[in-house]
Write a protein that binds this ligand. Structure first.
Ligand SMILES: *Cc1c(COP(=O)(O)O)cnc(C)c1O
Length: 395
């Protein structure tokens, strides 16, 4: 089997697993307990916090553990909205290609009276800095733009966007779930105020993540109860998960450059094969400013879901749009945002390579995708009418 859906989740690393087991079994204690054993669990928790902070250029007290990327996004947005409202500022700026974990809480705030501006993404899948300049108002209380897109892999100009926000003292949040452990990140240098991350996207366990919140941005609790996480996130800490996350991040960061070099080479090889061997196909998003693992295509005249099922039959796990939207008939909001028409957006495929991939892997994927696309086009009425000139090719 070829697992090529690493943007959906990644396998747990051996390092993370080994780091976790002692805290699941022998040292199972509650970190809030006062006896020595409990304090050992507490020490492991704080050690993980310091290590994670160090890896992203933050200080330990700016890291809050959460249940993952979705929770971190929700908490970051709620925090900025609460602060904004208190100061009479109720305008939010985000992008049209964000993950639903950002778009949906912002939509909720819009219903509660906030105004929202959506920065468009250009056809290359990248938000323009000038559009942010134009969108900012006196009452903007939050700008939230992701570091790298989960569907099309495009990398956003976070430094430039954050710099503008810092000058105007507007909190800047970035959903860095696809970037942490894969791209270099320094929250201090990049002037980021709020950042979301999730362990299972960098070979840590599922159900654990963190929110970085810089000075002056004490997170508003989503979950109330005990005084854990300095009263910002109640609930007995997922000690093993947090320790596993720290170990996974350390390993990912230490291998980052090497992995990125290797994967970008394989990515480009796969992009070149698909683009040259399949007619009426197009890469989604910029060819260079993209995650090293991400290959996203649209193929005209086919359905992405059918493509996925036939690839699955051949032992290839891939995705169409985002995992969260599969099962629904709406095409990906990201593909629509970069200007793909509905029909074209329906024929999308996302391949996200893992560190174990090699040339054989990508050549096999290229061959199978080509065969399956040809097969599906063979009995697609849409393809037939395109070929007969009854409708126009777009790609
Ligand atoms: C996976 C993902 C999330 C959600 O993270 P979970 O830990 O699964 O809640 C949020 N944003 C992006 C960009 C993602 O890729």
């Amino acid at each position: 089997m070829i697992y090529a859906d690493n943007a959906a989740t990644t396998p747990l690393s051996k390092a993370a697993f080994d780091a976790m087991t002692p805290y699941l079994c022998d040292c199972f204690y509650n970190p809030s307990s006062l006896y020595t054993a409990g304090q050992k669990a507490k020490e492991a928790l704080e050690d993980a916090r310091r290590r994670i902070a160090g890896l992203i250029g933050a200080s330990a007290k700016e890291i809050y553990f959460t249940s993952g990327g979705s929770e971190s996004d929700n908490q970051a947005i709620l925090t900025a909205a609460r602060l904004g409202k208190r100061a009479g500022k109720t305008h939010i700026v985000t992008s049209s290609i964000e993950h639903h974990a950002v778009l949906h809480p912002i939509e909720e705030l819009r219903k509660e009276g906030f105004r929202v501006s959506y920065l468009p993404a250009a056809p290359d899948g990248i938000v323009r800095v000038s559009d942010l300049q134009a969108a900012l108002c006196e009452d903007t209380c939050l700008v939230s733009v992701m570091t790298a897109n989960n569907e099309i892999g495009t990398i956003q100009p976070i430094r430039e966007l954050a710099e503008i926000c810092r000058e105007r003292k507007i909190p800047f949040h970035t959903d860095a779930v696809q970037a942490v452990g894969h791209l270099p990140i320094d929250v201090t240098q990049a002037k980021i105020d709020l950042l979301s991350a999730s362990a299972h996207k960098f070979h840590g366990p599922k159900g654990v993540g963190f929110l970085f919140a810089g000075k002056g941005l004490s997170p508003s609790p989503l979950i109330r109860g005990g005084a854990q996480e300095r009263s910002r996130r109640a609930g007995t800490e997922n000690v093993a998960g947090i320790v596993g996350m720290a170990a996974a991040l350390e390993e990912s960061v230490s291998r980052m450059e090497e992995t990125a070099q290797k994967l970008s080479r394989l990515r480009d090889r796969l992009i070149a094969s698909l683009a040259s061997e399949i007619p009426h196909a197009a890469l989604n998003g910029d060819a260079v400013k993209r995650l090293p693992s991400n290959v996203s295509f649209c193929f005209e005249g086919i359905e992405g879901e059918a493509l996925l099922l036939l690839l699955d039959d051949r032992g290839i796990c891939a995705s169409s749009g985002s995992a969260c939207t599969s099962g629904s008939l709406d095409p990906s909001h990201v593909l629509l945002a970069i200007g793909r028409p509905h029909d074209v957006a329906h024929g999308s495929l996302r391949i996200t390579l893992g560190e174990d991939a090699d040339e054989e892997t990508v050549d096999r994927i290229a061959r199978d995708v080509k065969e399956v696309v040809e097969h599906l086009r063979g009995f697609s009425p849409v393809w037939r009418s395109l070929c007969a000139g009854k409708s126009q090719f777009i790609l």
